[in-house]
Design a protein around this ligand. Structure first.
Ligand SMILES: C[S@@+](CC[C@H](N)C(=O)[O-])C[C@H]1O[C@@H](n2cnc3c(N)ncnc32)[C@H](O)[C@@H]1O
Length: 262
């Protein structure tokens, strides 16, 4: 699916920043426009408390499938040797690490506003710069990255519109903003089965692995209500100017990949 407006230029970048300040887009579809994110202070403290067990829980709960999804994201981003990549809300750094393999000598930076997550990411790779930073106020200049990404992070951000505008601001014209996020499967059977797994099993499993069942109840319910597919594309359109936006469901729509070309 393609948005056929004129390519982004500096004036449009200024527009992006302004629409980020206004935070709410005029053009998003009703459900997407009404979306409000969670309280950032609560999110930061929740991820601070589950950080040490976050990776294990991910692997157990997705049976390792999240690694496949990350590799798809890197391929779809068109990452190549020498590219500069920013992975936002990087958590313990898995997507940043997957990008590093693709860009070789290129620079990869991972940022997250939870210091406990960043401390763990630093232990996993010394080739990547991991820093504490809020995706809604990125400490980088305009157009300095080829790719900005966020995986399973955007639904946890208090102001996702501002986050997308900021990610777009730091990417050069022709570069890509990549979002990997949970969705809701569309087929009846897949949707019923996954819904039941997500509601009844996932919080118990997450609770058993991390001892923080409440956190996994939140993660389950936030995934169930987060706009996906065309609704999330409308959010992206409302947050920033892209020359095109593509969307791709993964594993029956359990997750979605979005690619906005700046
Ligand atoms: C579910 S984790 C995803 C981590 C990682 N990207 C992954 O794929 O496993 C969500 C992350 O979003 C981060 N986060 C939420 N809001 C943020 C914000 N405003 N700025 C930066 N990071 C944020 C949290 O600290 C947490 O590490």
């Amino acid at each position: 699916m393609t948005d056929d407006r004129e390519p982004t230029d500096n004036a449009q970048r200024a527009d992006n920043a302004r629409s980020a300040d206004n935070a709410r887009p005029a053009r998003a579809s009703a459900p997407a426009a009404q979306y409000t994110g969670p309280d950032p202070t609560r999110i930061q403290s929740m991820f601070g408390s589950i950080a040490g067990r976050y990776d294990r829980a991910n692997t157990v709960m997705s049976a390792g499938v999240h690694h496949l999804w990350r590799r798809r994201a890197v391929r779809w981003a068109g990452a190549k040797e020498g590219d500069a990549v920013l992975d936002c809300a990087t958590g313990t750094g898995d997507l940043a690490i997957a990008f590093k393999k693709a860009v070789g000598s290129g620079r990869v930076v991972g940022t997250d506003f939870t210091p406990e997550m960043i401390a763990l990411a630093r232990q996993k790779s010394r080739e990547i710069t991991f820093d504490v930073a809020d995706v809604t106020a990125l400490p980088f200049g305009d157009a300095v990255f080829d790719i900005a990404s966020i995986s399973f992070g955007i639904r946890n951000v208090g102001d996702p519109f501002k986050a997308i505008a900021e990610m777009t601001r730091v990417v050069r014209p022709g570069g890509r903003v990549i979002v990997l996020e949970f969705g809701q499967p569309s087929g009846h059977l897949a949707s019923a089965l996954y819904d039941s797994y997500r509601r009844h099993f996932l919080p118990r499993l997450g609770g058993a692995v991390t001892g923080e069942r409440g956190a996994y109840e939140y993660l389950e319910s936030s995934a169930a209500r987060f706009p996906c597919g065309e609704e999330f594309v409308a959010m992206m359109r409302g947050a920033a100017r892209f020359t095109s936006i593509d969307v791709r469901p993964l594993t029956f729509g359990i997750a979605y990949l979005y690619r906005g070309v700046v």
